[in-house]
Structure formats: structure tokens, C-alpha cells
Design a protein around this ligand. Structure first.
Ligand SMILES: *Cc1c(COP(=O)(O)O)cnc(C)c1O
Length: 398
């Protein structure tokens, strides 16, 4: 048993474990390049040279810091003070670009020349293709054939940016299958290829690395709260979870601060008991998926179950090991927000604040009604992305 009283227990240990979750479960052929990455990432991303270039690009290319906006009408409705962390205003429309910029700088530093990525809805694929154009690197994006057909505009964007999009026809032809294919490519080309994973999933060091790169969100929240509220911590941090990267970035600097309550919203789909859900933390059992030990949606005999959510970005049968540990240690409260609740929340935010959120982010908004706030509570909710990509779904719902 790991010591759960240790202050640092919510962060990864040196082998990439968060309590019982995490680690690196990889085929022998990847051993060398994963070990190389494990031995390199901290020293590179903590170097002055990296930080200077990363911070400059976050500022001038992404548009950071993203505003911390006091949403007055939303606050009035829920009886507390709600700030929105505006990741929707970033270049390419979501938080994903923070991570892809960081990882491509690392790839370049490691002398890699070829970038591969997996994508579901296409947001991570677009963010990866974007930084590959910026850094003049070859880019191959694996995407399930079903998603290629559903997410036509993002496919066209990736192609316009110069990426090769490979439709994957195995399994259900969605994100899980695209990830398998990207791992297969990596096994064939370990020497020159860098795999940019889009969330806090995959073998160590990815969950910790992605959390660190996204932790710019939480670092800005601290500074901005200090100015606006005179204290650098809120009473609540709220975020949606797919693989967990925007949530990890939001909570990173407050994980060990017990004054801060953490609420994570996962996708309930048609309801957690409907058989059509992506509420991985509540429905998952301990298992290994894509190189990490975590909670996984699986049948009695260990077959991965197909998740379902109205929101493509939350439609993943696994969850980051950090979040699995936060759930089992009860450091975080996990709420399932169903499709209809998320849709209603998206319309509510649009009409109250004039902000059309991504469907993923709307799950975080949908969680507000499930928490009992005090009037003095300061709440920071991360709006992970904008709703442009979800207009077809919104139009169908109107
Ligand atoms: C991809 C995506 C998510 C889910 O990914 P996390 O790694 O859990 O953050 C959430 N919101 C938006 C807008 C996304 O594009």
C-alpha cells in the first residue's frame, strides 16, 4: 500500500504512479524510447531555455494569459461567485494547444523529426497539425474512420495545415482504435518519431508531462484570483474530464490544498445506468488501457466497452491515473452530467453570459446545479473550449 497521508500523494511518484494507478505498461520494442522520454522530460521542461520559448509562444501565439471572467448572471443563478477560466479564447479554440506546443518543443529538443498523434473529435489533431506547421515538422494523425466522417471540418483543417490524416478501420473506428494505431506506428518508428498524446493518459511520463504543461491554467488562476479576490485559492475548482488534461491543469497547483474542493464532471451520456455512457470513473474497473493502469470501462471478461457521450471529446473508455486516484481517495467529487443536462447548460450559459461553450465544457456548467454552494463561495470553472465545432448538435437541439 502506498502512503496516502503523504502531502505529495496526489502527484505522480518517480515511476509515474498515483496511488495504485499509472505506470508504463508498454511493449518491449518501445522500452527504449519511453525510458528516454522518462529520463528527459523533466529536465527539458524545467530548463530556462524551454520555459522562455514556451512562455513566449503561449503569450504571443496562443493569446495567454486567458481571462478569468466573473460571470455575474451565472453567479446570481447559482448563489455564489463563479469565475470562468476562458480556455475557449485560446488559438484553435481550446486548452489542447498548451500541451501540443510544449510537446513539440520537447520533440525538437530530442532530435525527433516525425510527429504522430491520435485524435477523436479532431481537436487534438488540429492542435497538433497547427504546431507541426509552426515548427515545420512532418505530421501524421490517426483518426477512426467513423470520426473522419463525423468531423469533416476538422479533417479538412488538418489537411490544410499540411498533416496526413490516416483513417483507422479497426474496431469501432473511433478514438480507442486510433490510439492503438498510433501506438503501432510508434513501435515501427521508435527512433525518429515523437508521439504527442493529447491528454493525461498513456504510459508514464505522459500523464505527468501533460498535467505539467497544462498547469499554466492553474498558475494563472492563482495569480488572477489574488488580484480579484485577495486570495490565491478558490473554494471550488470545477472542470470536465475526458482523459483529464484541462482538469489536471486547473487543479495542479491546488491538489494538496485541502481548502479547495475539486469537482470533476464526466459524461453521463444517456445516464450512467443506460448502457450508453462515458462515466468512466463511476463505471470503470481497474485495468490497463493504452499503457497505463487506471479505471477502464470493460466487460466482466476484460473487453473494453464502447463509451457513449453527445460530446466527442469526453467519449473515451479510460481516464487519467491522476483522476482515478483523486476519485478513490475521495480528494475529488465526481459527478456524471448527462447529455440533456449538458445541452441545457450550454444554452443556459449562452443566454446568461453570451458565451457558446464547447459541449465538453458544458458538462462542467451542468455540474453547477448538483453542488450546494454558500453565497460566499468563490468558484472557478474551466471553460475548456468554444462551441463552434458543436454548432450542428446545437442546431439539432433547437
Ligand atoms: C479534448 C477536449 C476535452 C477533453 O479532454 P481533457 O483531456 O479531459 O481535457 C474537453 N474540452 C474540450 C473543449 C476538448 O477539446
Amino acid at each position: 500500500m502506498k502512503n496516502t497521508i503523504n502531502m505529495n500523494t496526489y502527484q505522480a511518484d518517480k515511476n509515474g504512479y498515483y496511488g495504485e494507478f499509472g505506470g508504463a505498461y508498454i511493449p518491449e520494442i518501445l522500452h527504449r524510447c519511453v525510458t528516454e522520454l522518462q529520463n528527459t522530460y523533466r529536465s527539458v521542461i524545467e530548463s530556462e531555455e524551454f520555459k522562455a520559448e514556451f512562455d513566449q509562444l503561449l503569450q504571443d501565439y496562443v493569446g495567454r494569459p486567458s481571462p478569468l471572467y466573473l460571470a455575474k448572471r451565472l453567479s446570481e443563478k447559482y448563489g455564489c461567485r463563479i469565475y470562468l477560466k476562458r480556455e475557449d479564447l485560446n488559438h484553435t479554440g481550446a486548452h489542447k494547444i498548451n500541451n501540443t506546443i510544449g510537446q513539440i518543443l520537447l520533440a525538437r529538443k530530442m532530435g525527433k523529426t516525425r510527429i504522430i498523434a491520435e485524435t477523436g473529435a479532431g481537436q487534438h489533431g488540429v492542435a497538433t497539425a497547427t504546431v507541426c506547421a509552426l515548427m515545420d515538422m512532418e505530421c501524421i494523425v490517426y483518426m477512426g474512420k467513423t470520426d473522419v466522417e463525423r468531423q469533416h471540418i476538422n479533417v479538412q483543417k488538418m489537411k490544410m495545415l499540411g498533416a496526413t490524416v490516416v483513417p483507422v478501420t479497426s474496431g469501432n473506428m473511433t478514438l480507442k482504435d486510433a490510439t492503438n494505431e498510433a501506438i503501432r506506428d510508434w513501435c515501427c518508428n521508435p527512433a525518429n518519431t515523437y508521439y504527442i498524446i493529447g491528454s493525461t493518459v498513456g504510459p508514464h511520463p505522459y500523464p505527468d508531462m501533460v498535467a505539467r504543461l497544462q498547469s499554466v491554467i492553474g498558475a494563472e488562476i492563482k495569480k488572477q484570483l489574488l488580484v480579484k479576490e485577495g486570495r490565491d485559492y478558490p473554494d471550488y475548482l470545477i472542470a470536465c474530464v475526458g482523459g483529464g488534461s484541462n482538469a489536471a491543469g486547473t487543479i495542479f497547483h491546488h491538489l494538496d490544498d485541502q481548502r479547495v474542493k475539486i469537482v470533476l464532471a464526466e459524461a453521463g451520456g444517456h445516464g450512467i445506468n443506460s448502457g450508453e455512457s462515458a462515466a468512466t470513473i463511476q463505471l470503470g474497473k481497474v485495468g490497463i488501457l493504452h499503457g497505463t493502469k487506471s479505471l477502464v470501462m470493460q466487460s466482466e471478461d476484460g473487453q473494453i466497452e464502447e463509451p457513449y457521450s453527445i460530446s466527442a471529446g469526453l467519449d473515451y473508455p479510460g481516464i487519467g491515473p491522476m483522476h482515478a486516484n483523486l476519485a478513490v481517495t475521495k480528494r475529488a467529487t465526481i459527478l456524471a452530467v448527462d447529455d440533456d443536462e449538458a445541452l441545457a447548460a450550454a444554452f443556459e450559459l449562452t443566454r446568461l453570459e453570451g458565451i457558446i461553450p464547447a459541449l465538453e465544457s458544458a458538462h462542467a456548467i451542468g455540474a453547477l446545479a448538483k453542488v450546494n454552494f454558500q453565497p460566499t463561495d468563490v468558484v472557478v470553472l474551466t471553460l475548456s473550449g468554444r462551441g463552434d465545432k458543436d454548432m450542428d448538435t446545437f442546431i439539432n437541439a433547437m
